[in-house]
Write a protein that binds this ligand. Structure first.
Ligand code: ZN
Length: 153
């Protein structure tokens, strides 16, 4: 199996078996984002526990790219400390703006590397970024600070 079809398999698996797709019991912040050009919707909820670890849940509907990205996002950042989660989000946003020219770092991005091909299609980039924008916005609303506000677009 070549890398491209492996990545497609990863995206399809997250779409079919979403991780972290549930509301949080005690959300501190929430963000609802829509991508009108594709019809994607996602609501991300965040909370931070006593140890400073981030907890994430989401609900959503839309295309396979947006929903798989939400699942990857939720699985990746769940339980991370906030600064590490911010670094992962930053790396994902950078990847999506790379036009596919950057070699993604699996150590940082985990299954997020599967979206490298999506970065070549401008119409799909918004789909992939939607849940990460919602994550950032929910964190800001919750006062779970992000150092790099405003860079997800
Ligand atoms: Zn979409």
């Amino acid at each position: 199996m070549n890398v491209e079809s492996l990545y497609q398999e990863i995206i399809l698996d997250h779409y079919k078996n979403p991780r972290g797709k549930h509301p949080l019991a005690e959300a501190e912040g929430e963000s609802y984002q829509v991508n009108p050009t594709c019809g994607d919707e996602v609501t991300v909820q965040v909370a931070r526990d006593r140890d400073g670890h981030l907890h994430v849940g989401y609900e959503g509907q839309g295309c396979s790219i947006s929903q798989a990205s939400a699942s990857v996002m939720a699985e990746m950042v769940e339980g991370m400390d906030v600064s590490t989660a911010d670094a992962v989000r930053h790396a994902f946003v950078e990847l999506m703006h790379s036009k596919g020219a950057v070699e993604p770092d699996e150590e940082v991005l985990g299954d997020g590397v599967a979206f490298v091909g999506v970065a070549k299609y401008p119409a799909r980039i918004k789909c992939a970024l939607l849940p990460w924008m919602a994550l950032q916005d929910a964190q800001v609303k919750a006062g779970i600070g992000t150092e790099d506000q405003g860079e997800a677009r």
